[in-house]
Design a protein around this ligand. Structure first.
Ligand SMILES: Cc1ncc(COP(=O)(O)O)c(C=O)c1O
Length: 459
């Protein structure tokens, strides 16, 4: 049925299992190493931070992992999400391309993030943990975890990157409405936060710093709090695959199949969520979809960051993983796509990029907002600044189709709406935004601080 605009699945079509890419990875995403000993981590070490079920998922080689019933029941509040054909945008661009987007903005908090927060909160509640500590950049992840914690009666202790805390008070208020405790990071609540503030009282913060604070809060809580991460780790990416599994069915309904699949990448979870089930088709069913991960030029992790072992956080408390990285000392400029300002990238996404299974592209802030506004003016939805990066490349590819006279099927993950990001649009409309390319010298300097990993740990 090629003539429809919205492809909607029934509740009964909600996937019963997530897709786990571990057994299909063409190259290994590498070991997870202890931040101090630099030896492969033990489940006991990880269990201080994460619920056991989450750790089991990280090492599982089962291709499909059942979604627990209580998690599916909550997913039903907004899932399955629609796959929408952007017909009015196609018309505006006068392109022969067919542009689709999977709209994750329908979740209660407006993004893809609850697909994993609900699963993580369920696991924690099953283990008798009383709450989670976490970091948040733009506040999207914090709101998703705050909601999930409230649903499972857990406390939620959020460290929000200072620049977003100041730019985005409405996300803070949303988290507080769910009963979460929110502190600007760096904060006075942790030893690491106090150290950073003593060195730089006006620090804008970074995701790396906020992760360190949340990890410290969990580790020093005497077992009361676990740590929750909204991206990067294998199980988080896997929880997001409900997006792509639904989209596969929706493309069957549309009688089309994507030639090009696009997603923005911060830590990689929304991109993976849409891409992995389609990558599975490339690996096993002879499909030839191209995959494009989009990042800001201000934080060019895949396109400029070396593939190396690095710490997941700034304080060197989080595990060391192999990934594309700008260095754990990276403090990014205050661009508006707060969720794309992480120094590293998911080890799975990094490995797939090294292998050539996926491509990456970096885009500047101003053309990204121009694309977002084109989308808004044709399709009516205001994209989150992070999502706008995917919109920009979808538009670029559709224009290329017009120039080449080819009609490709393009799909992108619409990871979240931007209704609480209007300050960013205000800055754009008033001409206050600047393009910023992260300087090569800063990357080189940060590489001097990478951990040295003993050869023995890698075998
Ligand atoms: C709307 C939205 N999209 C994308 C991202 C980037 O994260 P990830 O790469 O894990 O999807 C974020 C992160 O905060 C976000 O809020």
């Amino acid at each position: 049925m090629k003539d429809k605009t919205k492809y909607i699945l029934d509740e009964a079509d909600l996937p019963k299992a997530w897709y786990n890419i571990n057994p299909d990875m063409p190259i290994s995403p590498g070991p997870i190493l202890h931040p101090v000993t630099k030896e492969p981590v033990t489940p006991e070490f990880l269990s201080v931070l994460f619920p056991m079920k989450f750790i089991q998922e990280a090492v599982s080689t089962e291709r499909f992992i059942e979604i627990p019933k209580p998690v599916r029941e909550i997913y039903k509040l907004w899932r399955p999400s629609p796959l929408i054909r952007a017909r009015r945008l196609e018309k505006l661009l006068d392109t022969p391309a067919h542009i689709y987007y999977k709209y994750e903005g329908v979740s209660p908090v407006g993004s893809h993030k609850p697909n994993t927060s609900v699963a993580q909160a369920f696991y924690a509640s099953e283990e008798g943990v009383t709450g989670f500590a976490t970091e948040t950049g733009a506040g999207q992840w914090g709101s998703a975890l705050a909601m999930a914690c409230k649903f499972f009666d857990l406390a939620c202790d959020v460290y929000m990157v200072r620049v977003s805390y100041d730019q985005k008070p409405y996300r803070r208020i949303m988290m507080q409405s769910f009963g979460a405790e929110v502190a600007p990071s760096p904060s006075e609540k942790t030893e690491f936060g106090r150290k950073i503030l003593s060195e730089d009282p006006s620090s804008l913060g970074s995701l790396g710093i906020a992760i360190s604070e949340a990890v410290e809060a969990a580790v020093t809580s005497e077992g009361k709090l676990k740590y929750s991460l909204g991206s990067v780790l294998g199980p988080v990416l896997m929880h997001q695959t409900v997006i792509g599994l639904e989209a596969l069915k929706q493309f069957e309904m549309a009688d089309e199949y994507p030639d090009i699949l696009i997603g923005c990448v911060g830590g990689g979870s929304n991109f993976a969520g849409l891409a992995f089930p389609f990558l599975h088709q490339n690996f096993t069913a002879g499909k030839e979809t191209r995959f494009i991960a989009v990042e800001p030029t201000a934080c060019p992790t895949l396109t400029k960051g070396p593939y190396a072992f690095d710490y997941g956080d700034t304080a060197m408390m989080a595990p060391i993983v192999k990934m594309n990285t700008l260095g754990h000392t990276f403090v990014p400029p205050g661009i508006h796509a707060g969720g794309l300002r992480y120094h590293g990238m998911s080890p799975h996404i990094s490995a797939l990029y090294q292998h050539g299974s996926i491509e990456a592209r970096a885009v500047d802030q101003i053309p990204t907002f121009e694309a977002a506004v084109q989308f808004t003016q044709s399709e009516g939805i205001i994209p989150a600044p992070e999502t706008s990066h995917a919109v920009k490349v979808a538009i670029d590819e559709a224009i290329k189709c017009k120039e080449e006279g080819t009609s490709k099927v393009i799909v992108f993950n619409f990871s979240g709406h931007g209704l609480l990001d209007l300050a960013a649009y205000d800055a754009y409309i008033q001409g206050k935004l600047k393009n910023y390319a992260y300087p090569e010298e800063k990357i080189q300097e940060a590489m001097k601080h990478l951990p040295e990993v003993p050869e023995a740990a890698l075998t």
